[in-house]
Design a protein around this ligand. Sequence first.
Ligand SMILES: C[S@@+](CC[C@H](N)C(=O)[O-])C[C@H]1O[C@@H](n2cnc3c(N)ncnc32)[C@H](O)[C@@H]1O
Length: 241
Amino acid sequence: MLYSRLSRRLRALNLKSFSSYYKLLQNDGGEELIHFVNAVTTNLTAFFREPHHFELLEQVILPKLMEKQMATQRLRIWSAGCASGEEPYSIAMVVKEVVPSHWDVKILATDLDSSVLARGIQGIYEEERVSGILPIRLRRWFRKGTGNQLGRVQIVPELQALITFKHLNLMHGWPMRGPFDIIFCRNVVIYFDKATQKVLFERFANILSDEGYLLIGHSENLFQLSTRFQLLRQTVYVKGG
Ligand SMILES: C[S@@+](CC[C@H](N)C(=O)[O-])C[C@H]1O[C@@H](n2cnc3c(N)ncnc32)[C@H](O)[C@@H]1O
């Protein structure tokens, strides 16, 4: 996988060997490093991927948090490893449908890969990527493209306004103070070794509010990695207990 992804980069740069690419990475002042990172990350995602998470968000997580946060009427959600934006936009649709409009809700969406992040900021998707979304949601949250945007859809500004996209490497320092009420970090840690996952889950626990929620991907779990969470449902955890 790494070979084929980097070979594409070598061809684009007209380089003949991996060692010449390695030299370029060391010597060009960091510019190629951005392309390198963008080439090797796996960005597979979809709207309402792992639908049980969004059902739980609608029926359990948001109602519980609204009860808990009634005094402040404030919710903070983080989509960590948001890829091209389908995950934070799916969260935003459910939030808009469930939480009263006067509540102060913000969604932070971060990723290491700047090219997918740019697509998320744009909020324009091929029509086939939204074919599985309920018609009622499609009508409310998307506009059909015309002219040179035919065959594409655009997220409505009201939904985009809820989300801030930021470039962030989860391995580095985090500029935000938190606390977050919900963190989605799905299908990201599968690429990290266990020691790295352990540190990351500890940091997630520290930046989550008490009884905040952590949602991870279908092939991930916290077994022997963190004691700070309790399992609520399949791949959905609550901080503390
Ligand atoms: C497979 S996608 C998952 C997208 C989405 N969360 C989902 O489940 O549909 C994994 C994303 O994690 C990002 N990623 C990988 N390592 C990262 C890191 N160290 N910091 C931030 N993002 C990272 C990748 O760039 C990629 O967009």
